[in-house]
Design a protein around this ligand. Structure first.
Ligand code: DGT
Ligand code: CA
Ligand code: CA
Ligand code: ZN
Length: 577
């Protein structure tokens, strides 16, 4: 087990002890042990090997043994026993935002609550509001948290959906009866979250394909098993549809089931305007539209053929959201969308100096490996103590290390020295102007007070944008997809302020953030807003997130020119200068 997994285990132990109402001193030992590990700058393995773990203040004898056992075996009997002693229903309550161990203990002890259902009931009866330390506001928050939880459970991050699809597609491909196969739906359109997976197969012999699909590993329920359509549900809740069509219908069906609904509506209107009827079965003269099984008069050997027949340029799946793509395709004015290869580096990345897992040298080597020209280091600032934010002295040391690294010539990529500076609650920045002045660039982000009202949050962010040292705004809305709603703000005002002050807004490519939302980018970029696609990397594999970032940028109609990190090292240096 690595350090971050162990940190999570210690937090879980602390929380479970709280739920059980154990001695607060005992509870605190686990939480403070977890915090100590979070701020440990040395490699945990080395510390354990050299027998020095117990010497670290905040880690006592009992904790030392548990951490060592977890590190070497990945298991812990104490944890298993503890888990078994807490009813499952109480652990479920931890998924409700705002409920921690102490509150769950009170709900259980005073109201006998032991599940989401009994908690919902107690809120609806008003009994939760009457508890000491709760009140009406907390009760409302719990109720809306439960509602969100249900809505969230019905969808999945694109990144996770992609991984499941990547396992299914080769299996389908390998079946001898399968002539062609594609993933469709929101997955193909690159939506930030995906409801269910949609697979489409061309075949004249669907039966064995349906058999295979409904017997895949990990399926917990087959919700439909038909001749041409089947649906299944996997462990963890992901669902998948499979449709099998004759090969001559394949591209019509692929277009139809890729969607979106809005796009399909516009496409059918467009077809009608030239006397054709478009459906999942084909494209045929309008008078034939009722005989849906009749052979289509138009043949399509690709999706391009369908668009061409309608007098349209090819619309890539990312753009099929009914945001004016059909009109643009009519005039041959679709944007030349950004490609992953256009990116030459990125700016919002963390190292071991704050809460990242890799050192400066390791991320510089990674940039070289990926063929990037530059990489920016933007570790947290001091107010983000939970993320081990740097104070002035540590930041100065880091800047010196970065300058020395660049001079050493050890890496071909250039490292920029930046900071992810907290935007404090009134819009002030976490470092003074003179400290910020020593940096190549500054990413300004909100990390606390996320629930401020719309006006306060809007002016707080605009104040940061007006600060001369700020280069770009990090993860503007603060949302965590399927976990935490975006903060309330007037995004149009913020976009206008960024443009007026020549500031960049980030498109954070972490699959949980994808923030600023793609729905805002088309209009914002037209007005002149510059975008930086940043992975917010805390470990080397996170640099792969740039793929999702580019997908989302494409959904926002962004081209190379709209994206700052397509610029060369020379151009970026000039911009920062
Ligand atoms: P999701 O699964 O909620 O993330 O979103 P989609 O877009 O994958 O939706 P899904 O799986 O219900 O259906 C896939 C596509 O099939 C959808 O984008 C458009 C098309 N489609 C499905 N049902 C309908 C329908 O009732 N009307 C229309 N116009 N299109 C539909
Ligand atoms: Ca779907
Ligand atoms: Ca579906
Ligand atoms: Zn951040």
């Amino acid at each position: 087990m690595d350090k971050n997994d162990i940190i999570a285990v210690l937090d879980l132990i602390g929380t479970m002890l709280e739920i059980k109402g154990e001695n607060p001193f005992k509870v605190r030992a686990y939480f403070s042990g977890s915090r100590t590990l979070q701020t440990l700058e040395e490699d945990l393995g080395t510390v354990i090997e050299e027998g020095r773990l117990g010497n670290i203040p905040g880690i006592g004898k009992a904790l030392t043994e548990k951490i060592e056992t977890l590190f070497t075996t990945g298991e812990l009997e104490f944890l298993d026993k503890l888990k078994a002693s807490v009813p499952d229903g109480l652990l479920d309550l931890l998924e409700v935002p705002g409920l921690g161990g102490k509150k769950i203990n009170a709900l259980h002890k005073k109201l006998g609550i032991d599940s989401i259902e009994s908690l919902t009931q107690a809120c609806n009866d008003g009994r939760v509001a009457e508890l000491k330390g709760f009140g009406t506001k907390t009760q409302d928050k719990i109720l809306s948290g439960i509602e969100n939880r249900e809505a969230y459970a019905a969808r999945h991050l694109w990144w996770d959906a992609r991984r499941v699809a990547d396992r299914i597609l080769p299996g389908l491909q390998a079946l001898p009866e399968v002539e062609r196969v594609e993933a469709a739906g929101s997955l193909r359109r690159g939506m930030e979250t995906v409801g269910d997976l949609d697979f489409l197969v061309a075949s004249s012999n669907p039966e064995p394909i349906m058999e295979w699909f409904t017997q895949m590993e990990g399926i917990v329920e087959v919700t439909a098993h038909g001749d041409t359509k089947s649906s299944v549900r996997f462990e963890g809740g992901m669902q998948a549809d499979l449709r099998v069509v004759p090969s001559e219908q394949f591209y019509f069906a692929l277009h139809h089931f890729t969607g979106s609904k809005d796009h399909n509506v516009r496409m059918r209107q467009k077809a009608l305007s030239v006397g054709l009827s478009l459906s999942e079965w084909g494209l045929r003269p309008e008078e034939e539209k009722d005989s849906s099984r009749s052979k289509g008069t138009v043949e399509a050997h690709s999706e391009e053929d369908i668009f061409k027949t309608l007098g349209l340029a090819y619309i890539p799946p990312s753009l099929r959201e009914g945001m004016g793509e059909v009109e643009a395709a009519e005039k041959n004015e679709l944007p030349e969308l950004l490609e992953l290869e256009d990116l030459k580096g990125c700016f919002h990345n963390h190292t071991t100096a704050s809460d990242g897992r890799n050192t400066l040298e390791e991320i510089a080597a990674e940039a070289d490996k990926r063929g990037w020209q530059y990489l920016g280091v933007a570790d947290h600032s001091k107010s983000s103590f939970q993320a081990n934010g740097l104070d002035e002295a540590r930041l100065e040391k880091q800047v010196q290390a970065i300058r020395a690294l660049n001079e050493s010539g050890s890496f071909s990529s250039h490292i920029f020295a930046g900071s992810e500076v907290d935007i404090l609650s009134g819009g002030k920045l976490d470092f003074s102007d003179s400290v910020l002045g020593t940096l190549d660039y500054v990413v300004a982000s909100v990390h606390n007070g996320l629930t401020q009202d719309e006006e306060t949050m809007t002016s707080r962010i605009i104040k940061a944008l007006e600060h001369p040292n700020v280069t770009m705004l990090g993860h503007v809305s603060g949302r965590l997809l399927l976990k935490r709603e975006a903060s309330k703000m007037n995004i149009q005002k913020i976009i206008d302020a960024a443009i007026a002050n020549h500031k960049i807004i980030e498109l954070n490519s972490n699959p949980m953030r994808l923030d600023m939302d793609w729905r805002h980018w088309k209009k914002a970029a037209e007005k002149g807003l510059l975008c930086a696609i940043n992975p917010d990397a805390h470990a080397l594999p996170h640099y792969d997130f740039q793929l999702t970032g580019v997908n989302i940028a494409r959904k926002g109609w962004l081209t190379r020119d709209h994206v700052f990190n397509t610029r060369s090292l020379h151009e970026v240096k000039e911009y920062f200068g």
